[in-house]
Design a protein around this ligand. Sequence first.
Ligand code: SAH
Ligand code: SF4
Ligand code: F3S
Length: 455
Amino acid sequence: MKSQNTPTSIDTLFIKTYGCQMNEYDSSRMVDLMQQAYGLRLVATPQEADVILMNTCSVREKAEEKVYSELGRYRLLKLKKPALIIGVGGCVAQQEGERIQRRAPYVDAVFGPQSYHHLPAMINKIRRERVRVTDTDMPEIEKFDHLPKAKDGLKQGISAFVTIMEGCDKFCTFCVVPYTRGSELSRPVADVMADCQRILDSGCIEINLLGQNVNGYRAAGPDGEEWDFTMLLYALSELQGLKRLRFTTSHPMEMNEDLARAFAEIPVLMPFIHLPVQSGSDRVLKAMHRGHDRATYFHTIAALRKHCPHIALSSDFIIGYPGETDEDFEQTLDLVRQVGYDFAYCFKYSARPGTPAADSDDNIPEVVKDERLQRLLTLMSELCSASLQRQLGTVQSVLVEKTSRKNEGDVQGRTEDFKIVHFSGKPRLVGQLVDVRITTAYGQSLRGELVIKDD
Ligand code: SAH
Ligand code: SF4
Ligand code: F3S
């Protein structure tokens, strides 16, 4: 018989987040939800918590194992504090569903990226009925309608993330995201504008638009017509208080000349784009179902550079996709050299359960993957250093983000083209846009000195 206990009080929340910025955003919304519903206070360690949430990622290998080993640690805490509530959300939860509670029966709640707005109701049920709950539905309705408003939010700080679209319909053969996040769904223009204005009104000056394929954004505009991503950018750029506008991630297949031109025409749109290509080989791109070839990608890069010659570029690469030959890999190196990226994220291919590529033989030996990865990383770090060195002696506009943890008296910020700069400055500069003369280029960041304007 279930006991209808008077629930013990819950005061504190610990949340651990893995994966992409969409997950970071979702976690912050979960915190908002739990604060609103229960007045929970966020704590820094699981030991202090009455509720522990994990927001998981399943994009690369060993994701599930990492989750279970972390859960093992939480089990020990629950042995000491039986009222502790443990919830697992995110992309592993979406894929594994009830399997999580079969393997880890002390987990109270399992929920997916599209159902976390039900968290307060789930927690209520757990506390009152002492049952385990699973909710991995992907409802058609907008979860955004059920989340607290991105609010007054001093905690939004000076730079905020705003999710404008969810999910992915591209079904690249190696990728779990379409299965964990569901199909592409864009938020109405008016909702995005209202969220952004609220955030700007709270003192934030930089907005980062988020989505798996932001440039695939298509939604109803205030005029009743369908708006695309570029139209949204122009509208957002008019918002009061906005100094910097960024977005991530873009898909090469959804690029067009209008979007490239926006970099020239919208002053607040920062000159940086993350445009993952994954491979430089036409054969591999085709096998991955990326929907474009090398030539189209080069064409897009040329259009971006035509409209915005100083645009910084980054990408993701997958090394050792099933069947990738030495020649395919040379094509990737060649593409990297021709584009001349500012930086990139490079991953060894790992077969993900349930994806089409997982049916192909993962036939590139680990040593070959390692060797190719090493060559790509070496090339990439040369390009990264070169792009930093090109800024030596220049004066860059820097948005100061925080005080430096390593060097007392230093602050840290980003240039318009997303490079990290350290310089000596007072903590009160945090949140301000300042001019910094670049004096040193390191491997992955810059150092400079504040330019004091003589008025
Ligand atoms: N929507 C984005 C990428 C989202 S996933 C895009 O299409 O560009 C982030 C990155 O993880 C991908 O760009 C890819 O490089 C990497 N990735 C995804 N699945 C992977 C797998 N099975 N093995 C290795 N890397 C993978
Ligand atoms: Fe994954 Fe491809 Fe969708 Fe990116 S576009 S999220 S790599 S399926
Ligand atoms: Fe990971 Fe899910 Fe993001 S799989 S990368 S957390 S969309």
